[in-house]
Design a protein around this ligand. Structure first.
Ligand code: PMT
Length: 407
């Protein structure tokens, strides 16, 4: 399964609280625009909001139930305000009225919207809209400042003709500006922002027949840790993963595959990239032909498995004439003569760096599947030996090296 990311909103969940202002109608278009970008939208419509748009039109566009009532027994059974406020990546209040903002500052929870806002542990954004005098009033301006201090993101209203007939600041930001603010919120920042990095991780499964396969002990922990560390530095990370029991790292595009051939195809479909890091323990061989039916025991006769070599993904990416990533990093899992074997591998495969990995048992712990790793980083500048460390720490150090390479 591949989650392709075209917009930073892809796969994100928005809780949209529609307040009681004439600009509530813009939320209908907003729902369409963010849904087009792959965002899912749940909505709370305040009593004031219901004066301007109906739950039916909101639900029709969001494709989800519109929540209105704090004390609705069925909603509290189906989805209470706590769950509603937590099962989102971001909460947006639009239009945010002066009254709603004052309640947020005071921590008042007297309806579903304000209760959800008090209960949420997620980032909150508000898009105020009101008469210009109300916007400029000292109380409102004081509240805006306090909300910003409380960590709430404010999308400032614009100036122009207001519904009340006056002219001035107080118009809800246009829908495209609201979408841009949401996209900006989810766009990564950091020293590797704008860099695309492909990481392979985990084992591959090479099918023998519909129920049996050849595998190895890689857990994917090291590759996933590297994906997280690079994402934290702002990179766009595509993780091509063999079967693991790990949760997908947040904000990383994950393509799940089984075999080496599928891993190669997924890598090639994900190019171009600035960096490729091959952490996966790819099976060197597969059976020449996967049996269509489960191979049966036949009176003590042992089936002979005919093997063929798998494509070498690291070597193929390193030698890609048109799309070679600027930096290709391999891992070398070795049990003896680690440094020399790793250097030979670097040359043979044509990558730029190799992380030489001592996969012999260390302090009674196995590197494959375990939480720790002992590696040396081999580059053109020489070999650097790193202490035995948690895989998260190895990942952070490698991510810092990559950051330095690009600065
Ligand atoms: O997953 P964990 O439990 O956290 O364990 C991490 C790890 C030990 C698997 C990892 O740190 C590691 O060492 N990965 C490389 C494992 C490996 O297959 O090494 P290798 O020496 O056989 O291969 C050398 C390099 O070529 C590797 O970058 C490998 O991904 C790549 N390769 C190998 C064969 C192949 N057909 N295609 C490849 O791309």
């Amino acid at each position: 399964m591949t989650l392709e990311t075209h917009s930073s909103l892809e796969g994100k969940r928005l809780l949209l609280i529609i307040g009681g202002g004439i600009a509530a109608y813009k939320c209908l278009d907003l729902i369409r625009r963010v849904k087009e970008r792959g965002m899912t939208v749940r909505t709370i419509l305040t009593k004031g909001g219901e004066q301007f748009v109906t739950p039916l039109s909101v639900s029709g566009l969001s494709g989800e139930k519109t929540y209105t009532d704090l004390f609705s027994l069925t909603d509290e059974v189906e989805m209470g305000h706590i769950r509603l406020s937590r099962e989102a990546d971001l909460v947006l209040v639009a239009p945010a009225t002066a009254d709603m903002m004052a309640k947020m500052v005071a921590g008042i929870a007297d309806n579903l919207a304000t209760t959800a806002l008090l209960a949420t542990d997620k980032p909150v954004m508000i898009a105020p809209s009101m008469n210009s005098r109300m916007w400029e009033h000292a109380a409102t301006q004081r509240n805006v400042k306090q909300l910003q201090k409380d960590g709430i993101h404010v999308i400032n209203p614009t100036s122009g003709d207001l519904a009340c007939g006056e002219v001035g600041a107080g118009r809800l930001a246009e829908v495209e500006d609201l979408v841009a603010a949401l996209e900006g919120f989810f766009t990564p920042t950091g020293p590797l922002a704008g860099r695309h990095i492909i990481i392979t991780a985990g084992p591959t499964y090479e099918a023998i027949d519909p129920v049996r396969y050849i595998a190895n002990r890689s857990s994917g922990k090291q590759g996933y840790a590297i994906a997280r560390a690079l994402r934290e530095l702002g990179a766009k990370v595509s993780l091509i993963s063999g079967p693991t029991n790990l949760d997908a790292p947040k904000n990383v595009t994950v393509t799940n595959i089984e075999s080496a051939n599928e891993m190669l195809a997924a890598c090639q479909n994900t190019l171009p990239a600035d960096v490729a890091i091959c952490v996966a323990a790819v099976a060197d061989w597969r059976t020449s032909q996967e049996a269509a039916q489960k191979i049966k025991k036949q009176g003590g006769q042992i089936p002979a498995l005919q093997m063929v070599e798998n494509p070498d993904i690291l070597k193929i990416l390193s030698n890609d004439a048109t799309n070679r990533p600027t930096l290709v990093v391999g891992f070398a899992a070795e049990t003896e003569n680690i440094s020399n074997n790793a250097k030979a591998k670097l040359k043979r495969k044509g990558c730029d760096w190799i992380v030489a990995n001592d996969v012999s048992t260390t302090d009674g712990q196995s590197v494959m599947g375990g939480d720790h790793n002992r590696v040396s980083l081999i580059t053109a500048a020489g070999a650097e030996e790193w202490d035995n460390a948690h895989k998260d720490e190895v990942a952070r150090r490698l991510a810092q090296k990559i950051e330095k390479h690009f600065t």
